[in-house]
Design a protein around this ligand. Structure first.
Ligand SMILES: NC(=O)c1ccc[n+]([C@@H]2O[C@H](COP(=O)([O-])OP(=O)(O)OC[C@H]3O[C@@H](n4cnc5c(N)ncnc54)[C@H](OP(=O)(O)O)[C@@H]3O)[C@@H](O)[C@H]2O)c1
Length: 240
């Protein structure tokens, strides 16, 4: 049975694992950053590989025939490492990446989080869904109020920030209710793309300003935008 490495941690990776069938040996790889990760219907390995060399060694040891990089569009390092490791081993690689969102409402795009936060006006009441890793830059803005939503709550926050631990999917109605409850004036989020756009539509509907961190540049790789195309790519490269 041929082995496929699935770089995971997203809804797309779980959907691909669910639809893959039993004709191949699929190993999903998780970074191990989420305390209670959603389960996968296939073998799972957890934790970093140890950079490009570590991933290359894994590909060799497990006789991996193809790699699907279905990591988050903002997970730059792992995607770059996959390109380099697969290139060295001449292992076929495809990137499964959901399409970015098109601008809606009062949309202000920024190249990075620091710029998006710097542009928030004094007194803004911000719903931030940028993840707890990025909280440091928000912690420095004591002149605004922040509701920080993340899957796992941060250990401690300064007085101008409150934590909301929650895992989607969310609906436009529930997002609008949350934004009204906290009298949100600005949504700070990344252009993650795909289905989870309820917060974007809710903010646009309420006239809330969107501070959007646009997508980082990731080394070019073969790309598909949905699970069906990724499965077709897999069946092509594993055919012989
Ligand atoms: N960034 C986000 O906003 C976001 C959102 C939702 C889900 N996720 C998921 O969370 C994971 C970590 O995201 P990140 O932004 O911290 O990634 P990153 O900055 O690109 O990666 C940092 C390091 O974490 C390890 N790593 C990342 N993803 C891995 C995976 N799927 N399997 C094994 N090791 C992995 C690698 O360590 P080594 O160098 O030691 O191999 C990598 O160098 C990703 O798998 C991503 O799909 C990220």
């Amino acid at each position: 049975m041929k082995t496929v490495l699935l770089l995971a941690g997203t809804a797309e990776a779980r959907a691909l694992a669910a639809e893959c069938g039993s004709g191949l040996r699929l190993i999903a790889s998780l970074a191990g950053v989420t305390e209670k990760p959603v389960s996968y219907p296939c073998a799972v390995r957890t934790g970093g590989f140890g950079g490009i060399d570590g991933m290359r060694a894994f590909i060799e040891d497990e006789k991996v025939k193809a790699v699907v990089d279905a990591t988050h569009p903002f997970a730059v390092t792992i995607s770059a490492n996959a390109c380099a490791a697969c290139d060295m081993k001449k292992t076929p690689l495809v990137r499964l990446v959901r399409p970015a969102w098109e601008p809606v409402g009062d949309w202000c795009g920024f190249a990075d989080l620091a710029d998006a936060v710097a542009a928030l006006p004094i007194g803004a009441r911000v719903l931030a869904t940028t993840g707890r890793k990025e909280m440091r830059v928000l912690a420095e803005r004591a002149d605004i109020r922040v509701v920080l939503r993340s899957v796992d709550p941060p250990d401690a926050l300064p007085g101008h920030m409150v934590s909301l631990a929650a895992r989607g999917p969310f609906t436009v109605m529930s997002e609008m209710a949350l934004m009204r409850e906290y009298r949100i004036t600005h949504l700070l989020t990344r252009n993650a793309g795909g289905e989870s756009r309820a917060r974007i539509d809710a903010a646009a509907a309420l006239g809330i300003t969107l501070h959007i961190v646009e997508r980082p540049v990731i080394p070019a790789a073969n790309s598909v935008s949905n699970v069906a195309d990724a499965l077709e790519w897999l069946s092509d490269v594993l055919r012989d």
